[in-house]
Design a protein around this ligand. Structure first.
Ligand SMILES: Cc1cc2nc3c(=O)[nH]c(=O)nc-3n(C[C@H](O)[C@H](O)[C@H](O)COP(=O)(O)O)c2cc1C
Length: 349
């Protein structure tokens, strides 16, 4: 059939870059070789089954009792500096714009002063309909529990209008941190004491080392709101504290940074633990985090994990959250478009 004059004009108008494009193709072809061993074997690529995705088509879902519009979590980061204020405010705005949840960085300073409250006070930006969690270390919680000062935790949650508390459990970080704390009790016992005394949604996380089978099995049997992996493979606080420490410590403890569990390892262990526990599992929600580089890693892992989950990133967001809000917006927008593309064309093997 002859192409109509009308359509010929449309094709011509749509192909204005044809000459430059063809030249690019010839010049860039040799730089665009992918070796067989670089092919990503995690997915089946199914190009014939979907059209290109429309924008804002990720399915909404319930997580931590709220409706999320993206399966993304802003992992706990910092407060207490001028830059942290900007970072937290940018991140909270992005959560509202894209329907993500957010964990605040350690709110330890708010236990004794409200000087930095404004850095953490992002509920007005994220809004009431998305999850926002406060964050404290197990070392501070040990002290509060020992002193029966549960009201201080409740005050913190109220002050921030948070949905609950993330507890970070970080024995290696504390051990290596020059000004680190020592735990008097096994963290699991402190967590149990908190659960017994507080009517509060609790999430437990590591800080970049992950957790093994026995720890996950113990935690999944508790009525926690979620477990956040904070796996090894990305930002690692054992390594970070060693960098702040002296040379002898760096030599002696250097290898410790490589110990732990990757997010993929933890997905496998969690599937096993949940299958073994069956109805004895009281915690059913997971934030997969630690070393998640991109939407592709996140998409793969949330599809592999057989329970309600999102994926979290810290350093990846941090990279784009220190400057203008527009930069962060563009970064998250691109991640979400990537997820939409993956939903359309990639099936996890
Ligand atoms: C600058 C920075 C500050 C952090 N502060 C905290 C914190 O206060 N509390 C906490 O639980 N985790 C903290 N983390 C750890 C992250 O929540 C996360 O578990 C870890 O960075 C691994 O994720 P990533 O590989 O995506 O960076 C921090 C991470 C970064 C990069």
């Amino acid at each position: 059939m002859e192409t109509t004059t009308n359509l010929r004009d449309v094709f011509a108008a749509e192909d204005t870059n044809a000459v430059a494009r063809k030249k690019d193709h010839i010049e860039l072809a040799f730089k665009s070789q992918v070796k067989e061993n670089q092919v990503d074997k995690r997915f089946y690529y199914e190009p014939v089954l979907s059209k290109h995705p429309d924008k804002n088509t990720l399915p909404h879902f319930q997580f931590l009792g709220k409706t999320m519009r993206s399966p993304l979590w802003v992992s706990s980061m910092t407060g207490g500096t001028e830059l942290a204020n900007k970072i937290n405010h940018n991140l909270a705005r992005a959560c509202q714009d894209f329907g993500m949840g957010m964990g605040l960085g350690s709110c330890r300073s708010l236990l004794y002063s409200d000087e930095y409250l404004k850095d953490f006070n992002v509920r007005p930006l994220i809004g009431n309909n998305l999850p926002l969690y406060a964050n404290l270390g197990i070392a501070q919680l040990e002290q509060l529990v020992d002193n029966n000062e549960y009201y201080i935790i409740e005050n913190l949650i109220n002050k921030l209008n948070a949905d609950g508390l993330i507890i970070h459990v970080n024995p290696l970080q504390e051990w290596l941190q020059p000004e680190g704390d020592r735990f008097k009790y096994a963290p699991i016992d402190t967590i149990k004491r908190l659960i017994d005394r507080l009517d509060l949604k609790i999430i437990v996380k590591e800080v970049g080392q992950g957790m093994g089978y026995e720890s996950l099995k113990a935690l999944f049997q508790l009525p926690l709101e979620a477990i956040d992996f904070a796996a090894n493979g990305g930002t690692n606080f054992a390594k970070l504290e060693l960098l702040r420490s002296n040379e002898m410590k760096q030599v002696i403890y250097g290898q410790l940074a490589n110990v732990g569990h990757s997010a993929e390892d933890m997905v496998g262990i969690t599937n096993q633990v949940l299958a073994e526990l069956g109805h004895k599992a009281l915690c059913k929600q997971v934030i997969i985090s630690g070393g998640i580089q991109s939407f592709l890693d996140g998409y793969y892992l949330i599809n592999k994990l057989q329970t309600n989950c999102v994926y979290g990133q810290a350093s990846a967001f941090l990279k784009h959250a220190r400057g203008s809000y527009e930069e962060l917006y563009d970064y998250v927008d691109a991640q979400i478009e990537g997820l939409e593309l993956a939903n359309a064309f990639l099936k996890v093997r």
